[in-house]
Every structure is written in structure tokens, then in C-alpha cells.
Design a protein around this ligand. Sequence first.
Ligand code: NCD
Length: 321
Amino acid sequence: MSAPFPHLITSAGWSFTRLSQFLSLAQACRTALDSGAPKCWPVLQGKTVVNLFWEPSTRTRSSFELAARYLGAHVLNFEGSSSSVSKGETLFDTVDSLLQMGVDAFVVRHREDGLHQRLVDTFGAKTAVLNAGEGVSDHPTQALLDVLTLTQQVPLEALKDKKLAIVGDIKHSRVAQANLSLLQTVGIDVHCAGPEGLLSEATAQQFNCPVHRDLAPALKDADFVMTLRLQKERQEQGVIESLEQFTERFQLNHTTLERYAPPHVKLLHPGPVNREVELSSALMDDPAISLIREQVRNGLAVRMAALLVLLHPQPYEVTWV
Ligand code: NCD
């Protein structure tokens, strides 16, 4: 049975055309946000969006909430820890109960890989499901906002001639996995760099991307470098030798960029940042190199576009003036 609702649960399998169309809509949202007009485009009036977050979040949760509100939808924010889940109710029973109240879209973050597909299998005919972060395997709206950020520097069609290095804790990062998937559609030359414990050859092989154990070859000729938070909460014992060694080998700072990367290189990081661990404070805050604030703003635009695509009958016909 094919579900009447579309869903946004994966970064894999996007066609170039679909990606390009989605990014145009996200860019229109970004332009509307930047126009200075009142942040009120009530095209999703009467729709209800529930944010279900079972893991901490700042940027993703706030931007999904603001996106839904700016588009005029009702929003319910729901945190697993303060709900009946703490009394033993399953997530599926929670979703089922909320559905009875009339929910059009569930935005879900959870530590379990594969959960979003199970939600679609169970509830997909009755509601839309959006993946706001899934275990260590996917985070599609993050990858979409990262690609939108790249396209504001270089047109989508021209990115296939550029190089992007992903550096750091790739093993525990759903952002890295999501980007490795979506960037295949973009066709950009992706290189990965990290210590053995945080980046396996198997991961890289799966995405056909060269692996480096040092920054130098990863940053050589790179147009973009994306570094990732060292995920201390998902770290098993002994995956890195020591924090000092990790920092010494893989921290991005002005010195490492000047030494190994071309002068035009731009920096991405999904946040939250461990300042002075994977990234120096000075580089993070350098507006000539860092696109981190753009990523955050694009996150809002991408989540507006995602809600429109799932909940609006003609998302590409929305007028913004
Ligand atoms: C990331 C996440 O939760 O996957 N944050 C985000 O959504 N911007 C990255 C992280 O936690 O390090």
C-alpha cells in the first residue's frame, strides 16, 4: 500500500532534480526570511506539527518549531523525558495517542537507528514523518541545510568540480553519514580524515571516499572543510588515544588551514561546537572563513521548505511577498 503522505526520513536516494527543486524552495524561504518582512506566511494554517525529541537539541528543535510557526501551523513540543514515556509507555503508543488528537506531521529525533522507517511503516498512512536526527545513521535536514549553504558559495551544478573534506568524529556522527549520502547526489569530491577509532575504512568504502589519517592530504586543494563535534556521549572507551592527541592531529585552526588548505577554503560545522577541541574559537568566529552562522540560518529555511513539501498541496507555488 502506498502511503498518502510523503515523508522525509532519509538522505539517501535523492535524485539531482528533486534535490535541485527542494533547494530552490529552501532558498526562496531563506530570501523571505532575509527580506525583513513580518515572519508570517500562514500557508500551513490549520495544520498541526508535533516535535518529538528524545535526544537533546538546540538548533534543530528550535528551527523546526519556528519554521512551523512562521508558516502558521499549530505546534506541540514534546520531550520524551517529561512525558508518560518515563512511566513506561512506548514511543509507538505515544505517537498513536497524539495521532488521535489530529496531528499532520511528527518531527522525530531518537537514538535508535531504523526507528523512522518503523514509524512510517506503522503510521505513515495517517501522518507525515520527518527525521530530525536518527541514532548515528541519518539527519536529512542537516545534510540539506549543509548543501544549501554550499550552493550559496558555488552553484549546485558546479559543485561536482569542487572538493570537500569531512574531518573528525565520523563514526559517531549522523551528520557525516547524512552528508556522505546526500553529497553523492551532488557529485562533489568528498575526502574523510580522522583517527582509526573514529573513521573506519568500511565507512569510507561504502561511500567511495578516500580516507586520510592526517589533515594535510584531506585539506589539500579543499574548497570546503566540514568538521564535527567529538561526540563524547557516544564514545566507547579507547577509541581515541587522548583528547590532546586528537586535538593536536585534527583540530582545525588558522595555523592548520594556512598550512594545508588553499586561501579560499570555507568552514562548516553542524554545531554544537566543542570550542578548542575539534575547532579553535578564533577560526569558528572568523567571518571570512566560517559559514557556521549561515548554516544555522539555512536550517530554518530548510525546515520551512521541508514542512511545505510535506504539508502544502502546492509547495512550489507559494508566494512570499
Ligand atoms: C547534530 C546532531 O544532533 O546530530 N547537531 C545538529 O543537529 N545540528 C550534531 C551533534 O550533535 O554533534
